[in-house]
Design a binder for this molecule. Structure first.
Ligand code: SAH
Ligand code: SF4
Ligand code: F3S
Length: 436
């Protein structure tokens, strides 16, 4: 028997790329590949890339530069680029870095086995189609290997919203929802392999329409699976938060009280220029309705500072919106010009203005995050324990609010949801005591 070939995958970008990397590894598993954590051992290296901001895309080329050393030492090594940079740049990647053997987009990676056969024969392989055949039909079942207690599950892909700054509609294509029955089957396979918490993924996950009652209908159907204890979903668009989904936050016990609901800006002028199709006021009223259904929900958001044309007043409006909402957690970014997007045509703001705004916004968001964390002290939460901590006897997991919590506990708690009282707040996590 020949030794199995080794596959090293490096994943950039969003959770959907994490999910896709798992599925690529499973697809190549059928070709005799096993995964390795060490690039130096690999027979194939795949970079699963992100195109969302300039920095993310440039990282790929510097990583490829480093990989070239490995390829020079081991000419049989195959190097592939997958994900959103692959989709956006296609053959250009091979022109810039000729040692790349394979380029595969996010909608065509079910064809990796055939592409592997081609590159093993010495050819180059490029596939950035948006094929008619659904990749999930080809990929079929999930690996039966035992897994940790949490997993991602893609239910919807692509985006039809076309925010003026964003590449996702071009790299991931039009919005497509997977049929509910297939998602339920995959969820059961994951639960059989040890998963207790699923995070449903979509670029606009709440636009999901593969169930007749939308995402809420899918969530309720998933609650029927024995052994599945927790459900989360991300990322949502404010305009797709329907009443059934808001209600589910109040009534569905398995749905966790955490919602990532990006708004990007608090200025109506900028929201309009961004093509977000909602106002700051409509977002705030939506938050009121969500909090009415689930008062303790932890809200998270995304913000862009320095969108073309953003004035001091527009930026102040963003700060005001953040004060009005009070986020438990958030991500904020400097606007990055993306080729092919409508906003790329407009004059850019000076970098020092963007830097100063980003610092002020991040300071405010950090304060809110710290306050939210500190407010957990003394409270009882439920933690799904995921792994052993750094210190002996310590186990780490996540509360229902997605806070990392560690506690002294026996290893038997791994994979279980246990009651914990929060006793201390440290920089990025909470310390708790097991009480049940
Ligand atoms: N589909 C999701 C997230 C898309 S990308 C949504 O609609 O919210 C994740 C985040 O990256 C976005 O919410 C946005 O805040 C940020 N982002 C996207 N394009 C960007 C750009 N050109 N420059 C800076 N940040 C950007
Ligand atoms: Fe990008 Fe907007 Fe679509 Fe989100 S909703 S993926 S920000 S175009
Ligand atoms: Fe990046 Fe593509 Fe996700 S651009 S954020 S990897 S959808």
């Amino acid at each position: 028997m020949t030794a199995p070939k080794k596959l090293f995958i490096k994943t950039y970008g969003c959770q959907m790329n994490v999910y896709d990397s798992e599925r690529m590894a499973e697809a190549l598993g059928g070709q005799g590949y096993v995964q390795t954590d060490h690039a130096e051992d690999a027979d194939m290296i795949l970079l699963n890339t992100c195109h969302i901001r300039e920095k993310a895309a440039e990282k790929v080329y510097s990583e490829l530069g480093r990989m070239k050393v490995l390829k020079d030492a081991k000419p049989d090594l195959k190097i592939g680029v997958a994900g959103c940079v692959a989709q956006a740049e296609g053959a250009e990647i091979m022109r810039r870095q000729p040692m790349v053997d394979l380029v595969v987009g996010p909608q065509s990676y079910h064809r990796l086995p055939a592409m592997d056969a081609a590159v093993q024969g010495g050819a180059k392989a490029l596939d950035t189609d948006f094929p008619e055949d659904d990749k999930f039909k080809t990929l079929k079942t999930r690996s039966k290997a035992k897994r940790g207690p949490t997993a991602f599950l893609t239910v919807q892909e692509g985006c039809d919203k076309f925010c003026a700054f964003c590449v996702v509609p071009y790299t991931r294509g039009a919005e497509v929802s997977r049929p509910a029955d297939r998602i339920l089957r995959e969820a059961r396979e994951l639960v059989d392999a040890g998963v207790r918490e699923l995070t449903l993924l979509g670029q606009n996950v709440n636009a999901y329409h593969g169930h007749e009652r939308g995402l809420a209908g899918l969530i309720w159907a998933l609650t029927e699976i024995d052994g599945l204890e927790r459900i989360r979903f991300t990322t949502s668009h404010p305009n797709d938060m329907d009443q059934a989904l808001i209600d589910a936050h109040g009534t569905c016990e398995k749905l966790m009280p955490y919602l990532h609901l990006p708004v990007q800006s608090g200025s109506d002028r900028i929201l309009k220029a961004m093509n977000r199709k909602h106002t700051a006021e409509s977002y705030l009223r939506l938050i009121d309705r969500i909090r009415a259904a689930r008062p303790d929900i932890l809200l998270s958001g995304d913000f862009i500072v320095g969108f073309p044309g953003e004035t001091d007043q527009d930026f102040e409006d963003t700060l005001q919106l953040v004060r009005d909402v009070h986020y438990g957690q958030a991500y904020s970014f400097k606007y990055s010009t993306r080729p092919g997007t409508p906003a790329a045509e407009k004059p850019q703001l000076p970098d020092d203005v963007m830097n100063e705004r980003l610092q002020r916004l991040q300071a405010l968001l950090r304060d809110q995050q710290q306050q939210t964390q500190a407010s957990m002290i003394g409270r009882e939460v439920k933690v799904l324990f995921e792994k052993a901590g750094r210190e002996a006897g310590q186990m780490i997991g996540k509360s229902e609010y997605l806070h990392a919590v560690y506690a002294d506990a026996p290893a038997t708690v791994l994979g279980q949801v246990r009651r914990v009282r929060i006793v201390q707040d440290s920089a990025n996590s909470l310390k708790g005591e097991l009480i049940g």
